[in-house]
Design a protein around this ligand. Structure first.
Ligand SMILES: Nc1ncnc2c1ncn2[C@@H]1O[C@H](COP(=O)(O)OP(=O)(O)OP(=O)(O)O)[C@@H](O)[C@H]1O
Length: 406
């Protein structure tokens, strides 16, 4: 039986044993994918199921250390990997749930509409993928751009470098706003401000050692680089090849290399020849794709070199500005919300104060009347009734001028 490794204790994400398992949302080469609710936080997550009974202890060990790396990979553009757990011969990965679909669905959407994906969206998606790849390929976050003229400093390679190894439209999740038009179909998404998250980072490596993975990986390797097809080791540049194929597909709505047979596909990938993207798109975009889909590893672009591209710097800066604007709008909404709460509290305070004043007046008048009556009746009076002695009785309503929940 396979035991938990000490690394399990280091996780800060939701703990296992407290999930409610919901419906299956899909099936991949590794197994089924389900929605689950993490009960303590009520958060919907995704659970990927992988049968690992056939793995030997070395393979399991490798899987564990890969998972430990993945669980530390926290990034705005990477699907969060919370934790994993095992049950007999099944391994469960708990991940962030991305509810707005993936790039393959977006490509199908534009294909059905017989429209090109606007170039601005292509640049924006590309730059977000590159920002995530930078974090993985160099083990450090990319610093924000001050101006579009800034050159990114050469990266210093950190530890825990991760190669995606399976970059494809189905692994690029999107979050988008729903179209505000009430007459639009309910599932219509507004792709003009799309935010990207890469999923399945490094999982292919974690599972690569498994015989089952090698035999069940049935997907067509449209995005696989020539060196990987030739059984050479993966490198970050293999991800760049795949990125080039993904960007190409966004522009042409089909992958750059297609064939009827596997061997023909292999031959085409190794030759690395593909048609130009439609004239609708700029030469700069075509050149960038060519620098990624380059069979020669010596001349193929890297994540770092791509990020120096002027168009990508503009795309990065405008992404930063959009985020800044979104944050400002959120902040403004929050302030307006706080204003409303304070105004309501002030109204409640005034109302309560009026009731207390009225009560006090009533008690005061009653005490005065009583005292006058006693004097008129010749009763000997001593001392002043408390209510008449001062304002001690007028206690203010118990309000703390605080916005609840902050
Ligand atoms: N984090 C997630 N959030 C939402 N849906 C997801 C998530 N991860 C996977 N899915 C969905 O579950 C289905 C299966 O995903 P999975 O990644 O296992 O396989 P795949 O990418 O389709 O194929 P392969 O395993 O061959 O790469 C897909 O439809 C995918 O969109």
């Amino acid at each position: 039986m396979y035991n938990r490794r000490p690394e399990f204790r280091e996780y800060t994400g939701p703990r296992t044993g407290s999930y409610q398992v919901l419906e299956e949302i899909g099936r991949g080469s590794f197994g089924s994918v389900r929605k689950v609710i993490h009960l303590p936080t009520n958060k919907v997550l995704v659970r990927k199921e992988i049968k690992y009974g056939h793995m030997n202890s070395k393979e399991r060990q490798q899987l564990i250390s890969e998972c430990a790396i993945l669980s530390q990979l926290k990034h705005e553009h990477i699907v969060e990997f919370y934790e994993w757990d095992s049950d007999k011969d099944v391994l469960y990965f708990y991940m962030e749930y991305c509810s707005n679909g993936d790039l393959s669905q977006m490509i199908s959407f534009f294909k059905k509409q017989r429209k090109y994906i606007p170039e601005k969206i292509v640049w924006s998606i590309m730059v977000q993928i590159l920002i995530a790849l930078y974090r993985c390929h160099y083990g450090a976050d990319l610093a924000p751009l001050e101006t579009i003229y800034d050159r990114t400093k050469p990266p210093v390679k950190g530890s825990n470098i991760v190669i995606h190894r399976d970059l494809k439209p189905g692994n690029i999740f999107l979050s988008t706003e729903r179209v505000p038009d009430p007459l639009a179909a309910p599932q219509t998404l507004d792709y003009s401000k799309v935010s990207v998250k890469l999923g399945d980072f490094g999982l292919a490596k974690a599972l690569g050692a498994s015989v089952e993975f090698a035999t069940t990986y049935v997907g067509t390797p449209y995005y696989m680089s020539p060196e990987v097809l030739m059984d050479q080791p993966y490198s970050p540049l293999s991800d760049i090849w795949s990125l080039g194929c993904v960007i190409y597909e966004m522009c042409t709505l089909r992958p750059p290399f297609q064939a009827k047979t596997y061997s023909e596909l292999q031959r085409k990938i190794k030759a690395g020849n593909f048609d130009r993207i439609p004239e609708y798109y700029s030469d700069e975009l075509q050149k960038l794709i060519e620098s990624c889909i380059d069979p020669n590893l010596r001349t193929r672009a890297s994540t770092y070199s791509l990020l120096q591209d002027p168009q990508l710097r503009v795309a990065r800066k405008s992404l930063q500005l959009e985020r800044f604007e979104d944050n400002l709008m959120d902040y403004e909404k929050e302030l307006m919300n706080i204003g409303d709460i304070l105004e309501r509290q002030a109204g409640e305070y005034e109302a309560e104060l009026a009731v207390i004043k009225y009560q006090y007046r009533k008690e005061f008048d009653a005490a005065v009347e009583q005292r006058v009556r006693e004097v008129l009746n010749g009763k000997k009076v001593t001392g002043t009734p408390e209510i008449m002695a001062g304002r001690n009785h007028l206690h203010r309503p118990d309000y703390h001028w605080r916005v609840k929940g902050r």
